[in-house]
Each structure stands twice: as structure tokens, then as C-alpha cells.
Design a protein around this ligand. Structure first.
Ligand code: HMG
Length: 413
């Protein structure tokens, strides 16, 4: 390992940028790029901090959820995602909007025991000490109990030669990872004192006690002049995602386009949502689509259910300035409401994708919105982008070479 890397974390941000410049031969312009995008709060959040990486933020419009209108901040680098969510939300709003019930919001802390001779005897003993175990957990985080939250119950599962004691914890308005881990470690210490051998004590991100559902009903007439045909195609694509993991993966990627963007904008841990969602998608042993669509003679019915353990306080939420701003934009006040909105965004994202696949194909709408990014990519100036996109939209085929030629023609070369 190069000597300069040892102790890197002890340097100031400016010293780190200078050292990186020297060791990795950055130009003066490149190091100025590092220096141009820093902030104090970011330097306090991660290790070996150098600079901020900017990802665009937009808002998805037209959302009506449980009778309320929402403007949803979304952070994404992918063109057409926000347009798609807004488009679908506009269609759904014409028939009352999304319905997303308030769901239970408990996280699961896993304490895994090993070298257990008799599972049933161990299970009986642990359950007979449930009150004590719950108290140990709550004593480790008294503020949760004071708010009426905290550890509520436990369950025991046999995992081959291991035994998992699982705490079900109401984490209030937070996502709760730290609370769950603190409580799990307190119970681990107590069990060690009782002579048990503990392999691990940590939350699970398969948050099956924090499932959120969103549904919508759309008159097929609202899907355009071929609404009935489009609705049937959407239902067929949905069925395909239930029977084929290859299709289900892309179906769910489309859903996560919206979910990740809304989760990031809300300051929550999108990796936790991603891992939990995909684990939930394979709950019955086969990976399937998280959203489903069925069609009656007049209505298209959509539903999505996935684990959404998100919070409106705690973690980076209180640190990242734009998260507070996004809470003002969205007017979301509680973790439960946030989960309802995010699930609805996921269902909207899926509707837009399947509607496009069922009609003009994904490229028509998607690519048109890619032209802006393509224009920047080939060096168009801000004042040239609109005209270049207009010219590209008129062509039957567009690629980077064609865009470069069009730009040259625009510049009179
Ligand atoms: P359109 O029919 O041309 O839209 O669709 P429109 O002009 O009729 O506008 C309708 C509404 O859409 C607008 O309402 C906006 O809300 C929104 P209005 O403001 O006019 O009252 N909208 C826009 N919002 C912001 N910026 C825009 C914009 N254009 C329309 N520029 C659209 C165009 C792109 C919306 C449509 O073609 C679409 O939804 N396509 C799907 C695109 C998509 O799914 N993108 C995600 C990336 S592709 C992917 O990775 C997922 C996938 O692989 C998943 C899967 O396979 O299942 C496809």
C-alpha cells in the first residue's frame, strides 16, 4: 500500500485534496473542481471526504394520494423517470388518485444463538423470559419507551443449527436502524450472561413488519384511444413479471427508478430499501414483480406492496439541508405518510413504464428526454441545447455521431 494513504483520514479536506492532486496527478482545473463543491456538513458525514458529488433533483407532479395532493422531490440522474412518474400520476389522479393504507411500522432486530442442543427447550426458555428480554431491550433506549415506541414482542426461529431471537420494535418516526442495533446488542449481552453463545446481533433489512401497499384504479378509457388494448397489454406484462425473473428484474428496476429517487430525496437509506425490496420480491422462492396489474372490462387495477422502513427524523435527515427543504416541498409530516407516498411513486413509475411498453415502446418517450443529456455530452452550450433537441426530435434515428453532425450544422460548420 502506498505510504501516503496511511493517516489520510486525519488530514483536513484541503490537505486531502492537495495530496490527491500530487499523488494522482490531477490538473489544477481538476483540483479546483474538487474544491468548488464542498460543504462542512458533508465533511462531517463520511470518511476521507473530498468533495460533493452532485445528482440532479426534480419534482414529480400530479400525485393525489389518499385524497391529498403531493409534490414529490426526486433525486435521479436518469432522464424520463420524473416525467414518467408525473405522467402516470396525472392519469391516476383523473380517477381519484392512489390509495395507500396506514401500515404497521416495526423493525426486526435479530440475535442469533449457536451451539443449541435442544431447540424446543431453548425456545420455551426464551419465551418464558419474554418480559425480561423486552425490558432489557427498552432499558437500552429509554427515550423510545418514553415516546410510546420501543420493543413490543419477540419471536423465535430455528435456522438449521442456529436459533434466531427476533425483537419486533416500534421505531416511531425514525427509520430506526441505530435503535434496533442498540437494543439487539443489549439483549445479546444479557443472553451471554445467561450462558448462551451469540453469533450476531443486528437488524434485518428484510423489514416484513413495515410493509406498505399502494393501489389505484384507472378506467381503461383514461389510457388513450386504445385504452382497452393498452390495459390488457399492461396486465399481460404484469403477468410476465410474475412468471419470469428476467422480466421481473426489469419490471422492478423500473419501480426502483421512482422509489430510489424519492427515498434519496427524503434522506433515507436507499440501499436498505433496495435490499429489502428485492428480498421481498423472492419471498416465495421465485423473484417476481413487486407491482401487479389486472384488468376488468372497464377498469385497470394496480397494486404494489414492499417493505418501506423509512423515517422523517434521525440519521442524515437532520444533517443534509436539502432533506429539510424537501420535507417542506412535499409537506410530508410522518414516516407512515412518507411510506404511503413512496409506494405510490413506485406504482406510478411501473404504470408509466408498462404503458409505454404496451403502446409506443420505451424508447419513444425515454429517448426524447435523453436528447438533452446527449446534447450536453457532445459539448452543446446551454444556449444551443433547445434548438439541437428540436432538430434531433425530428430525425427518425439519433445517435452520438448524428448529434455531433447536427450540432456542427447548427454552428454553420
Ligand atoms: P407523453 O405522452 O409524451 O406525455 O409521455 P405528455 O406530453 O402527454 O404529458 C403528460 C404528462 O407527462 C405531463 O402533464 C407531465 O406531467 C408529464 P402536463 O404537464 O402536460 O399537464 N411529462 C413531463 N414532465 C416533465 N418533463 C417532461 C414531460 N413530458 C411529459 N419533459 C413520457 C412522455 C416520457 C412521460 C412517457 O413516454 C413515459 O412515461 N415513458 C416511460 C418512460 C420511463 O418509464 N422512463 C424510465 C426509464 S426506462 C426504465 O428504465 C424502466 C423500464 O425498463 C421498466 C420496465 O421495463 O418495466 C422501462
Amino acid at each position: 500500500m502506498a505510504a501516503w494513504q496511511s493517516g489520510f483520514y486525519k488530514l483536513s479536506v484541503a490537505q486531502r485534496q492537495q495530496l490527491i492532486q500530487q499523488q494522482l496527478n490531477l490538473s489544477q482545473e481538476e483540483v479546483e473542481q474538487l474544491q468548488a463543491h464542498t460543504s462542512f456538513w458533508s465533511s462531517q458525514m463520511i470518511e476521507n471526504y473530498l468533495t460533493n458529488f452532485e445528482i440532479p433533483e426534480g419534482v414529480a407532479l400530479n400525485f393525489v394520494i389518499n385524497g391529498r395532493e403531493y409534490t414529490v422531490p426526486m433525486v435521479t440522474e436518469e432522464p424520463s423517470v420524473i416525467a414518467a412518474a408525473s405522467h402516470a400520476a396525472k392519469i391516476v389522479s383523473q380517477s381519484g388518485g392512489f390509495v395507500a393504507p396506514t401500515s404497521s411500522r416495526q423493525m426486526i432486530g435479530q440475535i442469533v444463538l449457536e451451539n443449541i442442543d435442544d431447540f424446543e427447550q431453548t425456545k420455551t426458555w426464551l419465551l418464558s423470559h419474554q418480559t425480561e428480554l423486552i425490558k432489557v431491550a427498552n432499558d437500552s433506549h429509554p427515550s423510545m419507551l418514553a415516546r410510546g415506541a420501543g420493543a413490543k414482542s419477540l419471536r423465535i426461529r430455528q435456522l438449521d443449527e442456529f436459533v434466531a431471537l427476533e425483537l419486533l420494535i416500534d421505531v416511531g418516526e425514525a427509520m430506526g436502524a441505530n435503535v434496533v442495533n442498540t437494543m439487539s446488542e443489549a439483549v445479546k449481552a444479557w443472553l451471554l450472561n445467561q450462558g448462551y453463545e451469540v453469533v450476531t446481533a443486528i437488524l434485518t433489512n428484510l423489514a416484513t413488519e413495515s410493509l406498505q401497499t399502494a393501489t389505484c384504479e384507472i378506467p381503461v378509457a383514461n389510457l388513450g384511444e386504445n385504452g382497452s388494448t393498452v390495459a390488457k397489454q399492461i396486465a399481460k406484462l404484469s403477468h410476465l413479471a410474475q412468471i419470469d425473473p428476467y422480466r421481473a428484474t426489469t419490471h422492478n428496476k423500473g419501480i426502483m427508478n421512482g422509489i430510489d429517487a424519492a427515498v434519496i430525496a427524503s434522506g433515507n437509506d436507499w440501499r436498505a430499501i433496495e435490499s429489502g425490496s428485492h428480498a421481498y420480491a423472492v419471498q416465495d422462492g421465485q423473484y417476481r414483480g413487486l407491482a401487479k396489474w389486472t384488468v376488468g372490462d372497464k377498469q385497470l387495477f394496480g397494486t404494489i406492496t414492499l417493505p418501506l422502513p423509512v423515517g422523517v427524523v434521525g440519521g442524515s435527515i437532520g444533517i443534509v439541508p436539502t432533506v429539510k427543504l424537501n420535507q417542506t416541498i412535499s409537506k410530508i409530516k410522518t414516516a407512515s405518510e412518507l411510506a404511503q407516498v413512496i409506494a405510490s411513486v413506485g406504482l406510478a413509475q411501473n404504470l408509466a413504464a408498462l404503458k409505454a411498453l404496451a403502446s409506443e415502446g420505451i424508447q419513444a418517450g425515454h429517448m426524447r428526454l435523453q436528447y438533452r443529456a446527449l446534447a450536453i455530452q457532445i459539448g452543446a452550450q446551454a444556449t444551443e441545447v433547445n434548438l439541437l433537441v428540436e432538430r434531433l426530435s425530428k430525425l427518425s434515428r439519433v445517435d452520438q455521431q448524428i448529434a455531433i453532425q447536427e450540432l456542427a450544422v447548427m454552428r454553420g460548420k
